[in-house]
Design a protein around this ligand. Structure first.
Ligand code: NAP
Length: 287
């Protein structure tokens, strides 16, 4: 018997990957939009419905845009509902979803910062299947970092669906201690913003020293991605890798003396991450 290897591989992949009949995305802004883009490309669901009052795009054969829950057809019964609206909107919005999907309750995956599993249980019912997820925007280029948590009673099949969805946009980890989600938010959820600020600062410094902006951007991006690759592949510690660049009395050491003076960048980043963690905690106490 002859078979075509790629077809066989694809069939095996299909067996391994969860097949989601239909996914409803609620809120298609920066985060929801990044997830949707990758999910559409990897065809992880057979059918996508999206609710967003302002960001509607052209319908495709398996992608349908709606402006509100009331506007979706009565026949729409998603197996997964992904909540990607602002955290402050959820309390007002969820009761209608609970009623609408009462007959065939979906798996809810929420990416909202700060909203706890007990909040979702109060809004959607104690028995609702809910995953709390914290992804980040590099999901758009399949390099996201997502951390998930759920009640211990969540069925393994739902866990697998959530894992497959988030793995399709990058790396994915589960944590048992939900209290750590605020720290996760502060590090990987908000983290891309810190990194973009750092890259931009490096570009601006290059431009201030007379480099053309495109060249300064190339230098900054390649230096950062090269350093990330080196850090990921090397057995040396981050501290040692830094020391490897800086000969005593040299140019790098002159820069590090500025960056590390009185705690410098290390304490600045810690303060920044703590501010994000506190804000994430405040969002959950608004419940
Ligand atoms: N951005 C990130 O890097 C990031 C990372 C991790 C997690 N998150 C979480 O992701 C969620 C969304 O954040 P975001 O940055 O993507 O915000 P965003 O860009 O403002 O996206 C939210 C989207 O929801 C739409 N919307 C408002 N009311 C709605 C409703 N009733 N039904 C359906 N859609 C509605 C908004 O439309 P309008 O613009 O018209 O209001 C907007 O398009 C937040 O809970 C946030 O904590 C974000």
């Amino acid at each position: 018997m002859h078979y075509h290897p790629p077809i066989l591989l694809w069939a095996l992949y299909g067996l391994y990957m969860t097949s989601i009949p239909s996914l409803l995305l609620v809120g298609c802004g920066k985060m929801g939009g990044a997830l949707l883009e990758r999910w559409k490309q990897s065809a992880i669901a057979a059918q996508f419905d999206i609710i967003d009052p302002t960001h509607a795009q052209k319908n495709e054969s398996n992608v349908h845009w709606h402006t509100s829950l009331d506007a979706i057809p009565a026949t729409c019964s998603p197996s997964v509902v992904v909540l990607a609206v602002k955290p402050q909107q959820l309390a007002q919005l969820l009761p209608a979803y609970k009623i609408r999907f009462a007959k065939n309750p979906p798996l809810y995956i929420s990416v909202a910062a700060g909203k706890t599993l007990s909040f979702y249980a109060a809004q959607l019912g104690e028995h609702a299947h809910v995953v709390r997820a914290m992804p980040n925007t590099p999901a758009l280029v399949a390099q996201g970092m997502s951390v998930l948590c759920a009640a211990s009673t969540l069925p393994a099949s739902s866990r697998k669906i959530a894992t497959d969805l988030l793995k399709s946009v990058g790396k994915c980890e589960w944590i048992d201690d939900e209290a750590k989600m605020d720290a996760v938010t502060a590090i990987s959820g908000c983290g891309p913003a810190y990194v973009f600020l750092f890259i931009d600062s490096l570009v601006k410094a290059g431009v201030a020293m007379g480099l053309a902006e495109p060249l300064a951007k190339t230098l900054a991006l390649q230096t950062i991605s090269g350093s990330i690759e080196l850090a990921a592949q090397s057995t040396r510690s981050l501290e040692q890798l830094r020391i490897d660049v800086a000969s005593p009395g040299g140019a790098t050491q002159a820069a590090l003396d500025v960056l590390m003076k009185n705690g410098g960048l290390i304490s600045l980043i810690r303060d920044a991450a703590e501010a994000a963690e506190n804000r994430s905690q405040e969002l959950s106490s608004d419940e």
